[in-house]
Design a protein around this ligand. Structure first.
Ligand SMILES: [Ca+2]
Ligand SMILES: [Ca+2]
Ligand SMILES: [Ca+2]
Length: 222
């Protein structure tokens, strides 16, 4: 399966699961849960905690991120991650997609088992872009989410909450957009390393992200 096809499969699975009201009936096993309030960072490399609106979050990050090591998973066919992703300040999404500088996009990335030397098609790689930029009829700093890069959607599409910015836009009441992420990947190995990072181009005050309420579960094919 090509990388593109596997991404399509992942999107399809996410859509199916999101639309499945009986999800709790599947044999889903919780394997990790952290709201970062209790200072338990077992398995995490790259811990950086800050307070955002009276809440402890992982981050904020710019051009970096963290790993979560899960060393003993139950037997499973799929791994599911849910978390709150805070997109702070002036992310421009795909703003430069049609220009010369493709690297200028503001991406957020999740990789699973990067170091396991998997075949290219088996590497689990999720990349999307977010935008907090202007989006009016006729002009929009588009983003890829809720799809993966390089698809295009309006800025802030799918956001669950808009709140104050973090730094550059700290006085802007819509300067942060929060997304309730829910991602499912085919995965069988009994260990997993989850790598969360970004490919931002501005500095930390210009654009950054934080993450909270991270849960991981596994389930088997029925
Ligand atoms: Ca928290
Ligand atoms: Ca920016
Ligand atoms: Ca940017």
């Amino acid at each position: 399966m090509s990388g593109q096809n596997s991404r399509v499969l992942i999107i399809a699975l996410v859509l199916i699961l999101m639309g499945c009201k009986d999800f709790s009936l599947k044999p889903e096993i919780a394997v990790y849960n952290n709201d970062f309030e209790s200072e338990d960072y077992t398995g995490i490399e790259g811990v950086f905690i800050s307070i955002f609106e009276s809440n402890r979050v992982m981050g904020f990050f710019n051009k970096r991120g963290f790993n979560l090591n899960l060393p003993s998973l139950p037997e499973h066919d799929f791994i599911r991650l849910t978390f709150d992703l805070y997109v702070h300040d002036s992310w421009e999404g795909n703003a430069n997609l049609d220009g010369e500088a493709l690297d200028e996009k503001d991406s957020w990335v999740l990789e699973i088992d990067t170091a396991k030397n998997l075949k290219g098609s088996d590497i689990l790689y999720y990349e999307t872009t977010f935008s907090n930029g202007l989006c009016i009829p006729g002009f929009c700093y588009t983003q890829s989410f809720p799809d993966q890069f390089p698809l295009t959607n309006d800025a802030k599409k799918g956001a669950s909450l808009l709140t104050n910015g973090r730094c550059l836009w700290s006085n802007t009441p819509t300067g942060t957009s929060m997304y309730k992420m829910d991602l499912v990947f085919p995965h069988k190995d009994r260990t997993a390393v989850l790598t969360f990072y970004d490919k931002l181009n501005g500095n930390l005050c210009d654009e950054s992200w934080s993450l909270d309420n991270l849960s991981v579960s596994t389930f088997k094919k029925e």
